[in-house]
Design a protein around this ligand. Structure first.
Ligand SMILES: CC(C)(COP(=O)(O)OP(=O)(O)OC[C@H]1O[C@@H](n2cnc3c(N)ncnc32)[C@H](O)[C@@H]1OP(=O)(O)O)[C@@H](O)C(=O)NCCC(=O)NCCS
Length: 177
């Protein structure tokens, strides 16, 4: 368990698959700026439930143990390099309360402290202001725009690429160890 100030991050367990599946198949939970995806519980289990160093999903919990969102990382494989990317979702009733910003800061601490990586990246629809603010508050810098990079809800959309380097992070902000 990664303990923050208002939220904790808990590595996903097999019994979380059902909830994760319900969340990720709900178009309101997906939000306006993520692709429309529907997967069976079996597909979710295959995608998130298999033990792999290439991706890991955590449940964002409040201090009372209630589950309020998801944060994950995955390795983008390509050419001579592997890039670590993060993604996150919050339940509607707990948005705009600062929980995601804290979860991302905590996750960045965890990733730089546990993985020998130089950078962490995130991509987001250029219109997704909430996601952009979450990243900027956690110290990410916008690297540029990937034009027409993602097919989403019937259209090709522009995606912002953000990153934070280990040198910019410097030290743990929230995670105590
Ligand atoms: C993106 C998301 C995870 C943000 O979660 P959150 O818990 O609401 O984020 P926070 O409360 O930490 O808010 C961060 C900042 O964004 C702002 N914000 C939140 N929702 C916003 C919105 N809809 N429009 C504009 N700004 C918004 C907050 O006010 C806050 O800024 P502030 O600190 O200057 O006040 C949430 O909106 C969500 O789950 N969206 C759907 C899935 C998604 O888009 N995920 C990202 C994919 S890249």
């Amino acid at each position: 368990m990664l303990e923050g100030i208002n939220v904790n991050l808990r590595a996903m367990e097999p019994e979380d698959i059902s909830l994760i599946s319900d969340w990720l198949n709900n178009v309101d939970f997906q939000g306006r700026y993520t692709p429309l995806i529907q997967r069976s519980k079996e597909e979710m289990k295959k995608r998130f439930g298999e033990i792999s160093d290439d991706q890991k999903l955590f449940i964002i919990e409040k201090k009372d143990g209630s589950k309020i969102g998801i944060i994950l990382y995955f390795i983008v494989k390509g050419g001579p390099y592997n890039l670590l990317e993060i993604g996150y979702y919050m339940v509607l009733s707990e948005r705009k309360k600062g929980y995601c910003s804290e979860a991302v800061k905590l996750f960045i601490d965890f990733l730089f402290l546990s993985q020998a990586i130089k950078r962490i990246q995130a991509t987001t629809d250029i219109r997704n202001q909430a996601s952009r603010k979450v990243l900027e508050k956690a110290g990410f810098t916008k690297e540029g725009t990937m034009r027409k990079a993602l097919y989403m809800k019937g259209d090709w959309v522009d995606i912002s690429l953000f990153s934070i380097l280990r040198d910019e992070w410097k030290e743990s902000k929230i995670l105590k160890f």
